[in-house]
Design a protein around this ligand. Structure first.
Ligand SMILES: *Cc1c(COP(=O)(O)O)cnc(C)c1O
Length: 418
């Protein structure tokens, strides 16, 4: 059963201090999960998790992950600037962008980041950098369907990312000509894969291609980047991934493919976002309105600008009501926000306990791709973020936006009276 990070009484105290809605993060959970991941890949001395900054760009969260030994995966110059400001240096930064403006490559290069090329035409831009990077990564798209034991997981042929197999050979040869000395291979084929089989199957694919490219061109492959995609159980009926089994499955493929190919000293790296953060964040909101029409609605002070996933992916997010976890779930509600947009619904026909106005409603698993996907539609302001420290204290790690923030990028004929 999914629970709030603190008791209902403690949550009410916290909500009295920081007005809802806010995103609430559990430092203990983040740290324990990061250390389990490192344990699962301890067999690989070069292992590094590059946390995908887009999943949660809060500086305090990034510093916690840094203290746990993670690097960062950035895709834009703004994310690179954030990484630089937080003291991530050189190979602690992976730059996995696509359709990349040249100035972003320049910044990544200045920071000494490992640049991950999404396309064969990126080679032309690498040639124009002030110096040729010694180490680069290439992003692979095998096309077709990606199939693991339990069927088709996704359709890389429809994805805009990565290079075809012949393009990989072409890129490696061109980069060797330019003087690149070390290569990595990357692919992101399935999102939110809640299975122990995805990473081992992906790893085997990448290991085989790295071994082929090595045989074909002599290029030294010193790392393989499994990217993100490891999933979390958003629905309480789902089993979480067993990260130790995932690590062991990747290790087996490594021994069977990389070691015989003479690539046994290569590092395995990851760019997980969701897996690192989603379960350790919750959106805390207050029920502010009730409405009975053709259906029963509960209106929250949070809305889709705080958590876009249900609106755009019809994603399931579990909901509990603080202090009513054990109450009979004998009401069926649509739990909604107040945007003038009919997809602003956190849950449709959800069985929940009777909700009163003023109840604290907890939306679970919002730590990744939650706050970071936020937007300002309808003049809605972005929420605060609050961290539950390991000692049980709380810290405001991002203030809520104010109307001044909203108006900061325009000139108004008359100053706004706030
Ligand atoms: C989004 C993304 C990730 C992280 O994905 P998750 O599903 O959050 O693990 C990693 N790498 C790249 C290149 C991405 O675009």
């Amino acid at each position: 059963m999914k629970r709030s990070f603190v008791s209902a009484q403690r949550l009410r105290e916290i909500a009295a201090q920081y007005p809802t809605p806010f995103h609430f993060y559990d430092e203990r959970g983040i740290r324990d999960n990061a250390s389990r991941l490192h344990q699962a890949f301890a067999w690989n001395p070069g292992f590094r998790e590059y946390f995908a900054v887009k999943a949660n760009p809060n500086p305090v969260i990034l510093n916690i992950l840094k203290a746990e030994g993670c690097g960062v995966d950035c895709a834009t110059s703004t994310e690179l600037l954030l990484a630089e400001a937080l003291g991530f240096r050189g190979e602690e930064i992976m730059f996995s962008s696509n359709m990349t403006p040249f100035k972003d490559f320049l910044l990544a290069h200045r920071l000494g980041a490992i640049i991950n090329l999404d396309d064969v035409t990126d080679v032309e831009y690498i040639a124009k950098l002030p110096s040729i990077p010694k180490k680069l990564c290439l992003r692979y798209n095998p096309g077709g369907n990606f199939v693991v034991s339990n069927g088709i997981m996704d359709t890389p042929a429809e994805a805009k990312f990565g290079m075809t197999r012949p393009q990989l050979s072409q890129a490696v040869r061109a980069l060797l000509e330019l003087g690149v000395e070390e290569f990595g291979l990357h692919a992101f084929l399935v999102s939110n894969a809640v299975t122990n089989d995805y990473y081992p199957a992906l790893a085997r694919t990448l290991f085989e291609v790295a071994a082929e490219l090595h045989g074909e061109t002599g290029a030294r492959f010193t790392f393989v980047n499994l990217s993100g995609g490891l999933g979390v159980p958003y629905h309480p009926s789902q089993e979480p991934v067993d990260v130790m089994k995932v690590g062991a499955g990747v290790e087996q493929a490594f021994r069977e493919v990389m070691v015989p190919a003479g690539l046994g000293s290569a590092a395995v790296v990851t760019e997980l976002g969701r897996f690192m953060l989603a379960p350790y964040g919750q959106l805390i909101s207050t029920a502010i309105r009730r409405k009975e029409t053709h259906k029963s609605y509960i209106g929250l002070d949070a809305c889709a600008v705080d958590l876009m996933r249900p609106a755009i992916y019809k994603a399931y997010h579990h909901i509990t009501v603080a202090g009513k976890e054990e109450h009979p779930h004998d009401h069926i509600y649509d739990v909604v926000g107040g945007l003038c947009e009919n997809n602003d619904k956190f849950a449709i026909d959800r069985r929940l306990p009777k909700i009163e106005i003023g109840d604290l409603v907890v939306i679970h698993d919002t730590g990744a791709h939650g706050y970071s996907m936020g937007y300002n539609y309808n003049g809605r302001l972005r929420s605060a973020e609050v961290l539950l420290r390991t000692d049980g204290s709380t810290e405001l790690i991002r203030r809520a936006e104010t109307p001044e923030d909203y108006f900061a990028t325009v000139e108004l004929p008359q100053s706004v009276r706030l």
